[in-house]
Design a protein around this ligand. Structure first.
Ligand SMILES: NC(=O)c1ccc[n+]([C@@H]2O[C@H](COP(=O)([O-])OP(=O)(O)OC[C@H]3O[C@@H](n4cnc5c(N)ncnc54)[C@H](OP(=O)(O)O)[C@@H]3O)[C@@H](O)[C@H]2O)c1
Length: 334
């Protein structure tokens, strides 16, 4: 089968689309024919060797976390899914297992491939509702799961003013409509006039530029969807006394980096789906509450360009990669 592969550590330009062995599902695993996968920040950081000492990639390394596809084989003991099920979700390539949940971890052989094997018993894979396209499902896997978790953690109310740093990304573009629905005043960061137009359409009240000198002050809650800990100071400075910083960036900022003692910081990373797993994402997507913005569409043959575009260009939403159909003999659960 074909896959988007790293043969060693490096930049996205060094990736290749090449033939690798089709994986086979073991006990408790499913083989999925992938129809759509996405490029995530983790893909780029992993191949650059930028995920810390506990991570050591096995090469060739197939990229890809988020996917939608069809179950084509199921290993012994799989009860959650059967051959023919349309599924979607988020799973880390096995080399990144140290970052997965301790119990029921969602791991795979890499979703940016014609086929991938996934652990079936995890809250991070669910059936795709028929009304949600494979593209939307794949694009919402991490973005939708994270936006839901962030919203639940933040508990925003309608009299509040909130600021979203990183609003143009895959998480931000899903989160903005959720925040708008609370009735809060939503201020969002935009780089280009096209960004501003889309964010206002998604429900932002107003937009500001990326430059921290443009940041407002006195906000009730600020969402950090992009800045590393050493750049959180100006973000924390936007909060009123007693305000809330909600961050998805690991590691969270230290008290010294926050430079504030009169605010709270909440770090959100729900790898175990405790705030709602992929079934809840599926339900919200089917209801129209969660919707992803597509930043760019590529085919697997152009997977290297997709990764390069993600890493080098400004993105507004999620980059998706369509995987052309390939046949494989279906096997029933054993
Ligand atoms: N904790 C969790 O559970 C969790 C879940 C998902 C993601 N994450 C992490 O959260 C981050 C965002 O994820 P994502 O998928 O949304 O990433 P993304 O799609 O790459 O989005 C990031 C967005 O922020 C913009 N941006 C860059 N610098 C900015 C700045 N100084 N001010 C305002 N906006 C800026 C980017 O613009 P450019 O394209 O121009 O750079 C891009 O539009 C990543 O680091 C990811 O690893 C954490």
């Amino acid at each position: 089968m074909k896959a988007l592969v790293a043969t060693g550590y490096g930049q996205p330009e060094s990736l290749c689309v090449t033939e690798v062995e089709t994986p086979a599902p073991g006990a408790g695993q499913i083989l999925v024919r992938i129809s759509v996968a996405t490029i995530n920040p983790t893909d780029i950081r992993a191949i650059a060797g930028d995920l810390g000492n506990e991570i050591s990639l096995q090469f060739p390394y197939t990229l890809g976390n988020d996917f939608a596809g069809t179950v084509v084989a199921a290993g012994k003991g799989v009860v959650a899914f059967t051959v023919g099920d349309e599924v979607f979700g988020q799973a880390l390539p096995r080399s990144l297992g140290a970052f997965a949940a301790q119990t029921r971890p969602s791991l795979s052989t890499g979703a940016l491939a014609e086929f991938a094997v996934f652990e079936a018993d995890t809250p991070l894979i669910a059936r795709r509702p028929p009304t949600v396209s494979p593209e939307q499902a794949a694009a919402l896997a991490t973005g939708g799961l994270t936006a839901r978790a962030v919203l639940l953690t933040a508990a925003v109310i309608d009299s509040e003013t909130v600021l979203v740093i990183g609003a143009t990304g895959s998480v931000g573009t899903v989160l903005i409509p959720l925040l708008a629905r609370t009735g809060a005043i939503v201020i969002a960061t935009a780089k280009t006039p096209e960004d501003a137009k889309l964010l206002l359409h998604l429900g932002a009240t107003r937009t500001i530029g990326f430059d921290p000198t443009n940041y407002p002050t006195g906000v009730d809650a600020v969402f950090n969807l992009v800045a590393p800990a050493d750049r959180v100071g100006p973000i924390a400075a936007t909060l009123r006394q007693g305000g809330r910083l909600i961050s998805i960036m690991y590691p969270p900022a230290s008290p010294e980096q926050l430079r504030r003692h009169d605010i709270t910081q909440q770090f959100v990373m729900d790898l175990a789906g405790e705030l709602g797993g992929m079934s809840e994402v599926a339900q919200s997507a089917a209801q129209g509450t969660l919707r992803a913005t597509i930043a760019g569409r590529y085919s697997l043959a152009d997977g290297v360009q997709a990764a390069v575009a993600f890493a080098r260009d400004h993105t507004l939403g999620k980059i998706v990669v369509a995987i052309p159909g390939t046949s494989i003999t279906s096997e029933s659960n054993q």
